[in-house]
Design a protein around this ligand. Structure first.
Ligand SMILES: [Mg+2]
Length: 245
């Protein structure tokens, strides 16, 4: 059964309340950038625990595992190929199955976040920006992030979106998620040049490089690295940088 339509004074109360909700949702930040979307690993989340647990499970020292990961990064390999170096005789699928049986599904907690991450998300939210999280991540990580009730407007993953960075479709999907008309109104923040910053810029977004984590250091030191216009060393620098764009 349909509810009766509000009329008279109740109609005005309803319209006013909707206007208040809309003004909160669409508070204009007063600058060209209207939305900021974050990569996850090594941008918001410190992956030291994750990789350290892999080393422990595989019975190699954390130093050895990290050196192998660095070698994979320097060769331009997908990160999962680190297991070809450390465990050449066992398929990754079997290793992942064993890990899930021993430790449960992949997860992330507040303790894994870099110390500047949560305060940055809150600050950008207060500034009236649309704030999102979207990385090349499996669905369990997306679910874990959603459980944390972070001060963001949306969280999605490559698995749920059906497209991975550096595919331009990944970044264009964010324009819809941010409910904006132009990719130029969105800043995408990530630690990787090849998967985050360069493809974000190519798709028309403003790519911002955060220089932390192994990908950021190794890729920045490569001889053929292009000049990156927008870079920060910490998320604490991000609100000010956004005001200058
Ligand atoms: Mg990353």
């Amino acid at each position: 059964m349909l509810e009766p339509r509000p009329s008279g004074p109740w109609l005005w109360v309803r319209l006013l309340s909707l206007q208040v909700i809309e003004s909160r949702r669409y508070k204009d930040p007063g600058m060209p950038i209207k939305a900021v979307v974050f990569d996850v690993g090594e941008t918001l989340v410190d992956e030291s625990r994750h990789w350290g647990e892999w080393a422990d499970d595989l019975g190699v020292s954390r130093l050895t595992f990290c050196a192998a990961l660095g070698a994979a990064i320097a060769r331009g390999w997908h990160h999962r190929r680190v297991f070809e170096i450390v465990c050449p005789d066992t398929p990754y699928a079997l290793l992942a199955e064993r890990r899930a049986a021993a430790r449960g599904p992949l997860s992330v907690t507040a303790a894994d976040f870099y110390p500047d991450a949560l305060s940055c998300l809150s600050r950008l939210n207060e500034m009236g920006l649309v704030v999102g999280i979207a990385g090349n991540q499996p669905r369990p990580i997306e679910i874990a992030l959603k459980r944390m009730e972070l001060p963001v407007n949306f969280i999605c993953s490559s698995e749920s979106m059906g497209v991975e960075k550096p595919d331009p479709g990944f970044f264009l999907h964010l324009v819809d998620r941010c409910k904006l008309t132009s990719p130029a109104q969105i800043a995408y923040v990530g630690d990787r040049l090849d998967k985050d910053v360069i493809p974000a810029c190519a798709a028309g977004l403003v790519g911002i490089h955060i220089r932390r984590g192994p990908w950021a250091f190794i890729q920045s030191s490569a001889p053929d690295t292009p000049e990156i216009k927008q870079a920060i060393g910490s998320l604490a620098e991000l609100p000010e940088l956004l005001r200058t764009l």
